[in-house]
Design a protein around this ligand. Structure first.
Ligand code: NAP
Length: 482
């Protein structure tokens, strides 16, 4: 099946931080794929900007290396690669310095979409915003893309929003949470709002509980000092898991339109109950299997930062009162797996008798690996031995269902094209981010006030024992991380 590709309007995309890790691993490969698919029109251009004194030709060589390394082992077609590299330009520029900006201004065209991707440390965002203003590069329709982390707490997120508001309208600002660009995450909205099947059951009367899991096998991966400062609560829960929860819990927006969708997500965040200290478990991986423990990896022997967190939270709304949401995420776990599992309640009465084995229906939406959906349903076990029941999976892998050769796009491919299209639906609005921090901050403050230490867990396990208890005491269990 060949996906229909609608080219976007011609654009100049400036990637500040174009020599950095994110640009190499995600931004440049994503742009290449969109180009190779015919979505980038011939007039589109990507202008790299960073302090390194590279010529445009040297930057193209750098980009070619990144593509060779990060296109998931699929060697780029040489003709497409050469044509793509021709679209690349480079300007050496220090965000806080006047030099370079005039050169950049001279390279931008007035008659195309202009977008500026801030793929640099957040400490440089203010310099970049001021630089764009000072050099006449901030037109009313100019767009800026802001990477995560968006603040460290409510105060810093407010300050960042206020800084951006001094320069840009909210309609110009694209705050990235790349989870929202994942195909399966968008599918969540399609499943909920394009099918009649689920909506009548999508509430506390029929849903027993929801589990959201983002499990990683990697450790802090060279980002030790950032991670020791952030921890799983800030790095994953406040943004990615929160966004997933919103998409599951939100009311149907009246249209698939940026503000209608974000208004509904915001209502969910505001309806989240405060997390009680007994409803959250933190963990920190120890050493094992030849790998260093968390404290050694981040170079801070006494660190109390969590590499794992599991929590239970309620949503105080008519739809969800009484259905707990269990969230967990961690590093160095048994497997890399991200999924949302909606577990339905048991039928009110079993006509097959009390002894018939019973399993609740579960709808599982897998974000990785093997993006897809599974619905567990009860059927009759085949054979003449009476009415024996069995639960089976109606399993759909998107890759299989959509046919051989369908490439499930990386989140950044979708998101960057949405910036060019001017569609903010899959980007976080300033008030959403602040509401998420307002809910997160007291949890983190509570840990430091109480002097809580994270529970140790073995690398390669499914997290600390206490996290299992969080579910067991409610008569429920986590799905296995496989
Ligand atoms: P990085 O590898 O450290 O790259 C930083 C980039 O900024 C480099 O291109 C660097 O190039 C440039 N730079 C540094 N100081 C500059 C200055 N004064 N003026 C202009 N350019 C400057 O960082 P990264 O990992 O790519 O991360 C970039 C952003 O994405 C950060 O906000 C990060 O939090 C976010 N992010 C990254 C990842 C990831 O997987 N890497 C994931 C999620 C979010 P020069 O040294 O040549 O100037």
């Amino acid at each position: 099946m060949v996906a229909r590709v609608i080219p976007v309007d011609p654009f100049d995309l400036v990637v500040f931080g174009a020599t950095g890790d994110l640009a190499r691993r995600k931004i440049l490969p994503s742009l290449f794929r969109r180009f190779a698919d015919g979505q980038m029109p011939p007039e589109a251009r990507v202008i790299g900007a960073a302090r390194s004194p590279l010529s445009p030709a040297e930057f193209r060589a750098h980009a070619a290396e990144a593509l060779a390394e990060y296109l998931d082992g699929v060697p780029p077609d040489p003709a497409s690669m050469a044509a793509f590299l021709e679209r690349l330009d480079y300007v050496a520029l220090d965000a806080g310095d006047a030099a370079g900006w005039q050169t950049l201004a001279g390279r931008l065209r007035d008659d195309v979409v202009q977008a500026h991707y801030f793929s640099v440390a957040p400490a440089l965002f203010a310099d970049l915003a001021a630089g764009l203003d000072r050099h006449g590069l901030n037109r009313p329709e100019t767009r800026v893309v802001v990477e995560k982390p968006f603040g460290h707490d409510l105060g810093s997120a407010r300050a960042l929003n206020a800084m951006l508001a001094q320069h840009f309208d909210e309609g110009q600002v694209y705050r990235i949470d790349h989870y929202l660009g994942k195909e399966t995450v968008q599918n969540l909205m399609a499943v909920r709002f394009a099918n009649i099947l689920f909506e009548p059951l999508w509430n506390a009367r029929f849903v027993d509980h929801v589990q959201i899991t983002v499990a990683e096998t990697v450790g802090v991966d060279g980002r030790g000092s950032y991670y020791d400062d952030a921890g799983a609560m800030r790095d994953m829960v406040q943004n990615h898991l929160m966004q997933l929860l919103c998409l599951i819990a939100m009311e149907p927006p009246h249209r698939f339109d940026p503000d209608a969708v974000r208004d509904e997500k915001l209502k969910v965040i505001r309806a989240l109950d405060p997390v009680q200290p007994g409803d959250i478990v933190r963990g920190q991986y120890g050493a094992g299997n030849g790998a260093k423990g968390f404290a050694e990896e981040v170079g801070n022997p006494g660190t109390r930062t969590e590499s794992y967190v599991a929590l239970k939270v309620g949503v105080s709304s008519w739809r969800w009162k009484g259905t707990p949401f269990y969230l967990r995420t961690g590093k160095r776990l048994r497997a890399r797996a991200s999924e949302i599992a909606v577990t339905f309640r048991d039928p009110p009465h079993s006509i097959f008798g009390e002894e018939a084995p019973w399993r609740a229906n579960v709808l599982v939406i897998r974000l990785q690996p093997d993006e897809g959906m599974t619905l567990r349903v009860m059927i009759k076990e085949p054979g003449p031995g009476g009415m024996r029941l069995k639960d089976v999976a109606l399993d759909m892998s998107f890759a299989e269902a959509l046919g051989e050769g369908v490439h499930i796009p990386d989140a950044y491919e979708r998101l960057i094209m949405d910036v060019i299209r001017g569609n903010q639906t899959l980007f976080m609005r300033g008030d959403e981010v602040e509401a998420a921090w307002a809910w997160t901050d007291p949890v983190i403050a509570g840990w430091s006030e109480r002097g809580d230490r994270p529970h140790p867990y073995d690398p390669g396990s499914s997290g600390p024992e206490d996290a299992l208890m969080l579910m067991h005491r409610d008569g429920r269990r986590w799905r296995e991380i496989r």
